[in-house]
Design a binder for this molecule. Structure first.
Ligand code: SAM
Length: 284
């Protein structure tokens, strides 16, 4: 999600002028650093929520603690006592977690502040838009858990890969699509069930960014500016979707070649690892 900072997240901050921000899913803290810097300049409060950030993550550093608050908890435990003007969801990418994160956010923000926040949801497109990922499958109630395996995902193939594939170290749902499967499905189900008024926009690229914004909790000028930023002309949307398809093809082709090399211990392998990290945005 950090790669959406310059293009969408920072512009959204300038429109919404949040006085408080929550980030769910910090990993190494690349996005957290941007958000904390924004809050420090704007005099706002910043909360990062992640039960297992990357080793050495910025959110666990003294520099972060001086200005932000880190919650070492899963989102569904942290969110019932937090409210904010802007909330970023990039944690456990499955239907159960995202649906309940949105439900909790709506209820808690209305209860604690009387206002709804702007919510950004990452990974609404391939591969997790219509397929669950579980960091810890045992934390998801069995009735909401899809059949899953610790195997990777490949393009153009609904079944999981035998070896390699995208996010092969994670537990991924065996099937793509169907009821209660994936992040976009969770957002759509939430929007179908809520009694509140939310606008929803989808931005293609870097696995898809969803933006939910509440017209009644924003000024008409803020709503117009968000509409202008997030309503893409059809030709530009098509262009972004094609670029994303090509990026994913390159990513998966690199991954396939990496596995074909079978751990070849030469400089070629380091080059592959470097390219894979760059294209997946995991260099930090
Ligand atoms: C994709 S990474 C986040 C990347 C980060 N937002 C960025 O843009 O650089 C997902 C993170 O979510 C965290 N996570 C997993 N389950 C979570 C949960 N239930 N609540 C909060 N964070 C969770 C993981 O520990 C991991 O660090």
């Amino acid at each position: 999600m950090h790669r959406c900072w310059d293009s969408f997240i920072e512009p959204i901050c300038r429109i919404v002028e949040p006085k408080s921000i929550i980030e769910v899913g910090a990993a190494s803290g690349l996005n957290s650093a941007n958000l904390l810097a924004y809050c420090s300049l704007a005099g706002g409060a910043f909360h990062a929520v992640d039960p297992s950030p990357n080793p050495g993550s910025f959110v666990t550093s003294p520099a972060f603690a001086a200005r932000g608050t880190y919650h070492n908890l899963p989102s569904l435990q942290a969110l019932p006592s937090l409210t904010a003007d802007l909330i970023l969801l990039d944690g456990d990418h499955n239907w159960y977690t995202v649906f309940h994160e949105l439900t909790l956010i709506e209820a808690t923000c209305l209860r604690l502040s009387g206002r709804l926040p702007v919510v950004l949801v990452h990974d609404i497109h391939w591969p997790y838009g219509r397929r669950d990922l579980y960091y810890h499958p045992d934390t998801i109630p069995p009735q909401f858990r899809q059949p899953h395996a610790q195997r990777g995902i490949v393009d153009g193939q609904p079944a999981l890969a035998e070896t390699g594939g995208y996010n092969y170290k994670h537990y991924n749902a065996i099937h793509e699509g169907g009821a209660r499967n994936g992040v976009l499905t969770a957002v759509e189900d939430f929007l179908r069930e809520t009694a509140q008024n939310w606008a929803f926009r989808q931005i293609p690229g870097f696995h898809g960014l969803g933006v939910l914004y509440p017209p009644h909790s924003l000024t008409s000028q803020q709503v117009s500016r968000l509409d202008a930023l997030l309503t893409l002309p059809p030709h530009l949307r098509k262009h972004m979707e094609t670029l994303e398809e090509e990026r994913l093809y390159a990513l998966l082709e690199l991954s396939r070649t990496y596995w074909r090399l079978g751990g070849y211990p030469g400089p070629l392998l380091s080059k592959f690892v470097h390219l894979l990290r760059r294209i997946t945005g995991r260099s930090g």
